[in-house]
Design a protein around this ligand. Structure first.
Ligand SMILES: [Zn+2]
Length: 438
């Protein structure tokens, strides 16, 4: 990338990099402002305080030639990538599973995703017991070379509806007649103790016993998302009243909107001031296959502050077209970005799209501005996860997880966001035209 770098070597190294001639994503605005970051504490700095009070100056100044500086992207639903499926324990055991997760982390960061939630589809209990110890939050060592950071696991099921299972194997789905005890038996009691490796759980609130689990999970700092569910509007509202705060891939694997019963989607129409309800956050898969672009726009218009783009991508991302073995003996057909379950009438089996491509799609389909589109993969998921101020923002004190983007125009007259550089904890870990040996 043709950015000019000025290195200052005459002073004691401060570990500070200053970005200049750039546009910062701040709320719904692009702001022309410099940004100071530190590789010592891995955070975004308050530039004036550093300069005038601590008398520290940057080691280097990067002229970004008008490019966009965004907080690092957050994918709240990633089932696997680069041939690794988080829901599959390899035959040679846990050690090799752990290595697979590290491999994903090191590759994923090159796409601009600096943190994410490794997601498990519905599985037997033994899979959770083996996998979850490897999927918990991984950022504590603050090591930029470790790649993308897990913010904790997302367990999508198995307490979901057998009639809205999508590609989840019906034979492993469960109900929770004994409440939280059933969840402890399934995920492993140790995995439900705070601090848990699980960040949030997708469940269907209408299932026997499910509602009582929601407040019990909240007390353990595990969030609950409604999804893969037959819930009526009333049942979905009961889930919200019990403490759920999110909807998993809105519209997919749930009842469609009916004018006399709006179902789960109806939660977006619940005014926050009435009945004490807040509107939920919700995931949207903008891959051009799961949802019509107008459907996406309706959801965004209904509740822009809850709108979160997710990939729902799986292990086949980056692999050639073909038929691949999947969990529980099923097989998946990959044709371009489309993944379907073999032996069904083209049942969608997840996506193979990158998060920045989802942002680009949304940008072109919705009329949203660049910062509004990026908010759906930065500030909004950070708020949903209780990490606002730490992730998803360029405010001083936040982690210096940063993506430098170039806004390009395509021949078709559309916009395209290209990842040029990625920084993690204040250090550059990827440059588009450079191999950094990650
Ligand atoms: Zn799903």
């Amino acid at each position: 990338m043709p950015s000019a770098v000025t290195e200052y070597e005459s002073h004691t190294p401060s570990g500070i990099t200053k970005f200049t001639n750039c546009l910062l994503v701040k709320g719904n605005q692009l702001v022309k402002e410099d940004l100071w970051i530190s590789s010592i504490n891995g955070k975004i700095l308050k530039s004036q305080e550093v300069f005038y009070e601590q008398r520290a100056v940057p080691d280097r100044v990067l002229d970004l030639g008008g490019r966009i500086v965004s907080p690092g992207l957050i994918d709240s639903q990633l089932n696997g990538a680069y041939g690794v499926d988080f829901s599959v324990i390899p035959e040679d055991g846990a050690a090799s599973y752990g290595k697979g997760v590290l491999r994903v982390n090191k590759s994923l960061i090159k796409t601009g995703v600096t943190s994410y939630l490794p997601t498990l589809t519905s599985q037997k209990a033994e899979v959770y017991h083996k996998a979850l110890p490897f999927l918990g939050p991984s950022g504590a060592p603050r090591d930029p070379s470790a790649g993308s950071e897990s913010l904790g696991a997302h367990c999508e099921g198995p307490f979901i509806s057998p009639t809205k299972n999508g590609i989840h194997d019906v034979s492993v789905l469960r109900t929770a007649p004994h409440g939280i005890l059933d969840l402890e038996e399934c995920y492993g009691a140790a995995n439900l103790v705070s601090p848990s490796p699980i960040k949030y759980i997708t469940l269907a609130p209408e299932l026997p016993g499910a509602l009582s689990c929601i407040p019990a999970l909240k007390t353990r700092d595990i969030r609950v998302s409604i999804g893969h569910s037959e819930a009526t509007y009333e049942e979905a509202r009961a889930g919200m009243a019990a403490g759920a705060g999110m909807i998993t891939h809105l519209f997919n694997a749930m009842r469609p909107l009916h004018h006399r019963n709006p179902g789960i989607f109806g939660l977006l129409g619940t005014a926050s001031t009435t009945l004490g309800y807040v509107k939920p956050y919700f995931g949207i898969i903008a891959d051009g296959i799961h949802l019509h672009r107008t459907t996406i726009k309706i959801a965004w218009n209904a509740h822009p502050d809850g709108f979160i783009l997710v990939t729902d991508a799986m292990s086949l991302v980056g692999l050639p077209d073909g038929t691949y073995d999947w969990t529980n003996g099923s097989r998946i057909i990959k044709k371009g970005p489309l993944l379907t379950l073999e032996g069904t009438d083209g049942k969608i089996a997840g996506s193979s799209i990158s998060l920045i491509e989802c942002v680009t799609n949304f940008l072109n389909w919705s009329g949203a501005s660049v910062p509004e589109a990026l908010k759906a993969v930065t500030e909004t998921p950070a708020r949903m996860l209780g990490l606002h101020g730490v992730k998803g923002t360029l405010d001083p004190g936040a982690d210096a997880d940063i993506v430098i983007l170039e806004l390009q125009g395509t021949e078709a007259g559309e916009k395209k966001l290209e990842v040029e550089q990625v920084w993690k904890f204040g250090q550059k870990v990827f440059e588009k035209n450079e191999k950094l040996g990650l």
